[in-house]
Design a protein around this ligand. Structure first.
Ligand SMILES: NC(=O)c1ccc[n+]([C@@H]2O[C@H](COP(=O)([O-])OP(=O)(O)OC[C@H]3O[C@@H](n4cnc5c(N)ncnc54)[C@H](OP(=O)(O)O)[C@@H]3O)[C@@H](O)[C@H]2O)c1
Length: 343
């Protein structure tokens, strides 16, 4: 079946958390690929990754020729993206990059297909940016509410899983948890404080204003994707969860909107699943969203401290909607909107 299909796809960072999930998502969604190539650093050359029932041997990005490649899904960090994405685009492929390197570039669309697929009509550099994982799930849930009652301000606190910081971060949570149980010394290498049995109110670098870069990304990316007039203030926190980011969100609207109306709107919104029964256990936690495609919204309720306010709980699999799934959905949009033509 795949042999007759038309697109040659390369996954850069294929040994990483996001790259492996990209291969899963391409297979699960039967992406029309005639060939999928898995690339990583020279350290991984010859190692194997799974793509459906197939096993792909990793090739080195440094020595790969992208001529004839249609789509490159990139998740190898900002430095690799800055060095390689323009070169790859110059060879004719469209690059969908997961790092923050190009997200705020005016000539690079920053896309969440449920929210702003139209931005794909202006690809100037051959590069499309995938948003930060916490932003992606936030805007999927906010977009239909913004259309209804116009959002003025968002206050968000995140509870972000360690997989958002890469595979080494997951290993650190595992090793520290084990060390606590067997009373070994707890070694900190990836995170600045112990992550096992703890929470850390610090993700990415500190800016002069005291805001962290992760918090800044949530503000500016939400404005670029959804609406530049929305004010966003974020506190980003790392929690000892392996997969799944959660967000406590307070939204202030221009116009009146009840919790019941919001629930109704979100029930029919693309990419959203409402689980909100106001009883024990009738809400979603990160463990339940791992491996799922939807952005789950629970605990929708009135925020009585502002004139038109709602509070809610938003959870999604950061490796899927926050990264790999969103990137593959962008590639699907390129095909559906006939921006990418079959070879
Ligand atoms: N995790 C998330 O939830 C999430 C969400 C949105 C965006 N992102 C972004 O996605 C990117 C990857 O994240 P991740 O969580 O998958 O990280 P990861 O698990 O640490 O994987 C990093 C990947 O990049 C590859 N790589 C590193 N240096 C390279 C080089 N010089 N040349 C080629 N490949 C290189 C690694 O290959 P080797 O194995 O050979 O070193 C590995 O495949 C980051 O930019 C991150 O910010 C992540």
């Amino acid at each position: 079946m795949r042999l007759s299909m038309s697109y040659k796809v390369a996954v850069v960072g294929a040994t990483g958390n996001v790259g492996r999930e990209m291969l899963n998502v391409l297979d699960q969604r039967a992406f029309p690929a005639r060939e999928v190539v898995a690339l990583a650093s020279t350290r991984s050359t010859g190692t194997e990754v799974s793509y459906g029932d197939a096993t792909l041997k990793i090739k080195a990005l440094d020595y790969y020729d992208f001529k004839g490649t249609d789509i490159v899904l990139m998740s190898a960090g900002g430095a690799v993206a800055k060095q390689w994405a323009p070169k790859i685009a110059a060879q004719g492929a469209i690059v969908i990059d997961n790092s923050s390197a190009f997200r705020m570039d005016r000539d690079v669309p920053l896309v969440v297909p449920e929210v702003n697929a139209h931005a794909l009509d202006g690809i100037k550099k051959g590069i499309i940016a995938n948003p930060n994982c916490s932003t992606a799930q936030l805007v999927v849930a906010l977009k239909p509410l913004h259309d209804e009652a116009q959002i003025k301000r968002v206050v968000v606190s995140t509870y972000q899983s360690v997989s958002g910081a890469g595979k080494e971060a997951m290993d650190e949570l595992f090793r520290q948890t084990r060390a606590v149980f067997v009373t070994d010394p707890v070694v900190q290498e990836v995170f600045t404080k112990q992550i096992a049995f703890n929470v850390i109110p610090h993700i990415d670098d500190f800016l002069d204003s005291g805001v962290t870069k992760e918090e800044w990304k949530m503000m500016v990316e939400t404005q670029k994707i959804l609406d530049p007039d929305i004010q966003v203030t974020a506190t980003c926190v790392r929690v000892p969860v392996f997969v799944g980011h959660s967000e406590s969100v307070n939204v202030e609207f221009e116009r009146a909107i009840t919790a019941e109306r919001a629930r109704q709107i979100l029930r029919s919104a693309p990419g959203v699943l409402v689980v909100d029964k106001r009883e024990d256990g009738a809400y979603v936690t990160p463990i339940e969203c791992a491996g799922e495609d939807a952005t789950f919204v629970s605990r929708i309720r009135k925020d009585p401290t502002v004139e038109h306010g709602l509070a809610m709980w938003i959870v999604a699999d950061n490796l899927r909607k926050g990264a790999a799934l969103n990137a593959v959905q962008i590639a699907e949009c390129l095909i559906n909107r006939k921006i990418l033509k079959a070879a």
